[in-house]
Design a protein around this ligand. Sequence first.
Ligand SMILES: Nc1ncnc2c1ncn2[C@@H]1O[C@H](COP(=O)(O)OP(=O)(O)OP(=O)(O)O)[C@@H](O)[C@H]1O
Ligand SMILES: O=C(O)[C@@H](CO)OP(=O)(O)O
Length: 310
Amino acid sequence: MDLQNDIIVRGKSYEMPFSKGILARSLTAAGLKPSIAYRIAWDIYEMLKKENIKVIDKSDLRRRVYYYLISKNYDEVAKKYLLWRMVLGRRPIVILIGGASGVGTSTIAFEIASRLGIPSVIGTDSIREVMRKVISRELIPTLYESSYTAWKVLRENEDGNIYIKGFERHSEAVLTGVEGVIDRCLIEGQSVIMEGTHLIPTLLKDKYLENPNVVFIMLTIYDEKLHKMRFYARGRVSSRPTERYLKYFKIIRMINDYMVETAKKKGIPVVENIKISKTVDNCLNIITERLKTMVELEGLSEEDMLEEEA
Ligand SMILES: Nc1ncnc2c1ncn2[C@@H]1O[C@H](COP(=O)(O)OP(=O)(O)OP(=O)(O)O)[C@@H](O)[C@H]1O
Ligand SMILES: O=C(O)[C@@H](CO)OP(=O)(O)O
């Protein structure tokens, strides 16, 4: 790489060479098609070169991109771009993607992370592994099962739907770990995406649901056949055995319905995951709306966002 000829982008605490790829990615997150986003990133790079700019502050670059988008009649994209740059650069945001096994939480979480440039995605399955190391099987036997088999080790006196009770008991300890990670991210100012089947809306403490920096989205697949097909697809490329998920499919569907029901109860948006690109767009729209509220709560106008140091 010829650093001498590169344009340097200067942030508050670091410098890096101008990257058309990074700029294009933030433009796609704001709603532009990748091909157009890349062209605009290229145009801006050329513009800076023509002006013989060697070093540019991030806030200057942000301003230029914003006005360039407006000049090309991408007003809505410009607004979203500004909002995203502001929030991701300066405020921690925790995105929770819940959903029953196989509806696609990890796939969608990674797509959103790459579109937004959030470097950290944590699966609740990993938190479950950590919890298994610190809590004995004797103390919480459900933790050692899967979400859909935990009912097998319930104590006999549990009332109600035993499959759902098992799932709840299985998820409780995991949720304690999830809440710990959220606390840490909010305190440290780090953004993170957490995904998995253990994110039960009615069991997560209300203080997280009410926090403007926490955005919770529930994924679902309404069509049973489509949901089943996802396990066949996964079985071909991973070591997770399709037969196991098919054997417990009815319970997994029950968990899916329960997740949707509890999400609705708590006012959490439910997104159907049929086509990846559409699911991601729907999720990004939901997240953007939440960010607008967050920025409005802080009383920031567009002018303030343009002026804020990056
Ligand atoms: N919109 C989609 N279209 C087609 N295939 C998809 C879509 N979303 C996910 N998949 C595929 O479906 C399978 C299941 O998805 P994934 O592993 O993301 O599920 P999950 O909800 O994370 O499950 P678990 O909680 O069991 O880990 C994977 O093979 C994935 O590539
Ligand atoms: O418990 C579950 O539903 C799944 C979640 O990924 O995990 P496993 O099937 O590996 O136990």
